[in-house]
Design a protein around this ligand. Sequence first.
Ligand code: HEC
Length: 285
Amino acid sequence: MRKKFNHFTVLLAALIVIFSSPIFAAGESDFPPSYYDIVAMFLIAIIIIGFTAIVYYEGRKGVAEEEEVLVKQPSAFAKFRRAITKTTPVETEHELLLNHDYDGIKELDSQIPPWFLWLFYITIFFSIVYMLDYHVFNSSPLQDEEYQLQVKQAEVERAALMNSGAFLNEESVTLLTDAAAIDAGKQIFATNCVACHTADGGGLVGPNLTDDYWIHGGGIKNIFKTIKYGVVAKGMISWQSQLNPKQMQDVSSYIISLHGTTPANPKAPEGTIWKESDSTAVASN
Ligand code: HEC
């Protein structure tokens, strides 16, 4: 009966350990589990299954008799099992019987099995290594530090994405006024747009980009939108496949910087007057 209970507890412990680790590790970043998590889970499972097998084997009928036979020439496994469990044979158990009896329940003064002691020593060793690593030499980051590192890493990635303009669209785009952006925009305009809009933005095939009149709405958001999607039916192509969002922002900002300049041959105004106070609204084409 006592042995049966042992099997049950060991099995239960095994199940709890095996199934609890994924529950505790349920953070998003922990999925899929790391290589080390998997190795650790397997090791734990192997240890538990191994000891369950040993305990079960111990409890089997006939093991004691088998052992008698084996005493003369014990197998390597039997030696190993004896060494790690140090169990007392049933026949000599009475020598260990403690001197009390509670309602028929007796107690043996058995030795602590060496495997259990070793497990205990290993945890002590582990705790020392852990403490030195995390708290003395500070060679591994603590939870808080680890979080800060992750935040920093995310910021770097975010900055890289921002630079490529991944978050820029006609709703979020803002007017840039720094010389670098205007210069970049001027370059893009010179390479792609002058054929139809002329170098000074006065207009040729396309309309004058320097006056107050806009066919598709002025302001950074509308201009960005016209460049991004184009007005294909009227001969203005969509540029989103050739320019990234940051480049479209640069060239839009450059076009706005041309406002009020006097082109050599300005085309007559087309569209309607655009007031900058409307610039938060995206005009519907
Ligand atoms: C093949 C000729 C052509 C090229 C190249 C071209 N455009 Fe256009 N663009 C047009 C035409 C035509 C229109 C007028 C569309 C309409 O009437 O609706 C226009 C309109 C625009 C408008 C809207 C003007 C308004 O009044 O609303 C903007 C902004 C613009 N172009 C920017 C650019 C930029 C920036 C480039 C280069 C990246 C470019 N265009 C290249 C022909 C061109």
